[in-house]
Design a protein around this ligand. Sequence first.
Ligand code: 5RP
Length: 236
Amino acid sequence: MTGELSPIDKAKFVAAKRAAEMVEDGMRVGLGTGSTAAWLVRCLGEMVSRDGLKITAVPTSSRTAALARDVGINVVSLDEAKWLDMTIDGADEFDADLNLIKGGGGAHLQEKIVATASDQMVVIADASKSVERLGAFPLPVEVLPFGWQSSQALIEETLVSMDVMGRTTTLRMNGDAPFVTDEGNYILDLHLKRIGNARQLALVLNQIPGVIENGLFIDICDTVVIGYGDGRVEVR
Ligand code: 5RP
């Protein structure tokens, strides 16, 4: 499954593998989105086919759903599963309090719904995702396409009064067209550089008309599994 991996892929793989070992027979598991989460899905697929592991999984994107089905994992909707034992997902940044920025893959809306419908959220990440303060990674905000420029203007106005360093916002593109999420929405990336009060920002952003969900995960993650390029793994 792995062949010769670059240090960054090795770091993602070992984190994913360790988290996969936390999954027990009969569990209902939320599956994240992104390159690290893809390693997790492949590891779980191997455990299903090789060891007979029995799990029911809820994917957080169409991409993850397709991969999970491909590797033989039993996929159901969140409404069918109702509640999950564990969600395992990647992150773009995590801080010492295990608060996160997510949405680099544009799936943070489903990811947040699935994670908060779980007994525990485990994040898998290479060590480069560890930060002292959130905000260097542009904060994704999913917005309704209707009137998105008005939502963008309101977000920029709001940022003026917030404890952030940068205020530029950009519409995420996919070639010449806007990037469209699984729910048919757009993503605005907020280039904030440093977020002073992430909890407050998360609440304020979601009050703006047209904003569907932001990529700040505050008090949602329980455990971070950090992988290193030399194969070491640290669990926090
Ligand atoms: C997708 C996400 C991803 O988990 C995040 O972008 C990390 O991705 P990767 O594992 O590829 O670095 O939030 O919406």
